[in-house]
Structure formats: C-alpha cells, structure tokens
Design a protein around this ligand. Structure first.
Ligand SMILES: [Zn+2]
Ligand SMILES: [Zn+2]
Length: 348
C-alpha cells in the first residue's frame, strides 16, 4: 500500500499549496528515495510561481535538498541507506556524449527536480520525501559537521557561483565585477575572493545586499546612486575588469557587463536568459571579449564546492534569512516574492 506524504505543489500563478502526494518508490536500480530534512526556495522557483516557467498545476516543486537516504536500489553504490546526503538540482546519466566530456549540465538524459514534464517529469524536493534517479551522480554524502542549510547550497546556488568564477577564468589578483547580489551573485563574490581575485566589486541596488557583499570582502557599488563604470574605469587605469559576471539575467545587466570588462577580458552570463536579447556585438568584437553562458555544471563541481563549504572558504550561512516549516510554504513564497528574503529554507 502506498502511503501519502506532504508536498509543496504549484497550483496557478501566485499560488502554491501543500498537498498530499504518494510517497515515492524505487523504480530503477540506480534510484534512491531521500527523506528530506531541508529544502531551499530558489529564484527559479519564483519563475514557476509567477507562471513564467510553465509547469503542470499540482506538480511538486523544489530542487535544493538535504536529507537521509531511506531506500536505495541495488545499483546505488556511492551512498547507502541512512546516509546524510545532499542533492544536485538535476540528474545526469554519466554515459551520454555530454557526460563523457564532463558537461553534466547538458546531459542528454538530465531531469530537473520540480520543473514539470518539460524538464524530465521529476517531482520536486519541497516535500517529505523525494525520488532521486541516478543517485550515484546526483547525491553526495554531507561532510561531517557541515550544517544542513549550508550543504544544500552545494547542489545549486554555491555551485553556480563557483561555476561563474571558473568560467571567468579567475586567477589570483584578477579584478572581478559581479552584477546582481542575489544568493548566486553573493556566492560568486565569495568564490571569486576564495580564488584570490581582488578587487571584487559587487553591484546591486538593494542596500542590505550591498552591505552583505562588503561583509564578504567585496567593494559594494550602488547601480544608480554611484557610477559603476566610472568607479571601475578609474580603479583599473581605464581598462575595466578582467572578468564581469552577470547574475541578473537582464539585457541591461549583460550590456553593463560587456562595458565593464576590459579588452580581451571575459563576460559570464549566469543569470537566466530565455528570449532574444540585444548585445552590442560590435563592442564585444572590438574588445575581443570571451562570453560564457548557461546553467552551471553543478555535478561537475559539487565535490570541490563541498570541500570549500567544509573548509569555510565558502560560507553562504548569512544568506539564509528565513527558516519555515513545509506547511508554511504559501507564506514563504509570498515573502520571497516580495523580495524580503535571500534564502528561505523549508523543513518538513
Ligand atoms: Zn535553484
Ligand atoms: Zn548524460
């Protein structure tokens, strides 16, 4: 007999509901079932909440999670029942053309948790339990002593910040600008500093976020009250930064990143783009810029990111502004939608 569990479901734009769903069961030999102990609400959940990313009403959402392995198929060898684990936000097969080249984020058989039928029909993790396919690649043991709410950053937000810095080709002493100081931008600030970059400028309009970036060691720049282009130009002998990382996902942010980067520098478009976007290609060409884009290869980075979290060189702890129960999810989404929170952690 299948038992019921509680899960956060998308109902309609602006409405999520905690509903009963059947408990997951092992379907394939490399599946695991995880009892969720903490799950984050992410900016991409907000795209679903607003109806911008379309998923089926009633679908369970969420893709950042930490928990304990409840059951594992016989093909699961890297984690065992009872292990405390964290998950990556999507699965990867390990054997397709892309996985063989280490590009797990473009795995031909990838499924993303909590993003509806279009992205693999895999129920989300804002629930009491979650089915985890391809568990050998999707799950990692949480290092001893690492708190749940820090570990859950490894499989998405901190992994994405780390990816952005890697794509920017940061070397010690490089100057970096991070545009947009949401959780990913703030993690990119930390990862850039951990990689030895400096100065690192953090650009945003929200005073609290600028203050947090300052606390991490960045130089905060208010987008409209200061003149980021002027300040950075003066500080770099007129050249611009070695790397500009756009964690916003808006044409204006990408344009500013292109203008802030020095000739033969790098621009990383980490923020989400889904539509055509005007880019001043003449400027990109004249400046000989390298542009990198796309979602992060979190499965490729997760072990290093966990190492950095365990060592404290990445510390997203201050980003967790709200802790609520799973049952309070409708309120949590309202708070997040009003931009009153950086990271909300839900606990069943
Ligand atoms: Zn996410
Ligand atoms: Zn693959």
């Amino acid at each position: 007999m299948i038992e019921a569990m509680r899960a956060v479901t998308f109902q309609a734009p602006g409405r999520v509901e905690v509903a009963e769903r059947p408990e997951p069961e092992l379907l394939e030999r490399d599946d695991a079932v995880v009892a969720i102990e903490a799950s984050g609400i992410c900016g991409s959940d907000l795209h679903i909440y607003h109806g911008r990313v379309k998923i089926e009403p009633g679908f369970t959402i969420g893709h950042e999670f930490v928990g304990r392995v409840l059951a594992a198929g016989e093909g699961v060898s890297r984690v065992a029942v009872g292990d405390r684990v964290l998950g990556c936000f999507h699965t990867a097969c390990g054997t397709c053309f892309f996985c063989l080249r280490g590009a797990y984020h473009r795995c031909a058989r990838a499924r993303t948790f909590g993003h509806g039928r279009a992205l693999g029909d895999l129920p989300g993790t804002q629930a009491e339990q979650a089915l985890v396919p391809m568990a050998n690649l999707t799950l990692r043991r949480v290092p001893e002593g690492l708190a749940d709410e820090l570990a859950l950053f490894a499989g998405d937000v901190a992994g994405t910040g780390y990816h952005s810095v890697l794509e920017a080709g940061v070397r010690p002493g490089d100057s970096i600008a991070v545009l947009g100081l949401g959780p990913v931008g703030l993690c990119a600030v930390q990862a850039a500093l951990a990689a030895g970059a400096g100065p690192v400028w953090g650009i945003d309009t929200v005073p609290e976020r600028l203050e947090m970036a300052r606390g991490f060691g960045a130089q905060p720049l208010h987008l409209t009250e200061e003149q980021p282009r002027e300040v950075i130009r003066r500080a770099t002998e007129g050249r611009g930064v070695d790397g500009a990382i756009d964690c916003v996902g808006h044409p204006d942010a990408l344009d500013l990143a292109i203008r802030l980067a020095r000739p033969a520098g790098t621009v990383v478009a980490t923020g989400v783009y889904a539509e055509p976007c005007r880019v001043h290609m003449g400027l990109v060409w004249i400046k000989a810029l390298r542009i990198s884009s796309g979602q992060a290869n979190v499965i490729g980075h997760v072990d290093r990111v966990l190492g950095m979290l365990a060592a404290g060189s990445l510390d997203p702890g201050p980003l967790v502004t709200h802790r609520l129960s799973l049952e309070e999810a409708p309120t949590a989404y309202q708070i997040y939608d009003r931009r009153e929170a950086l990271k909300i952690v839900l606990r069943p």
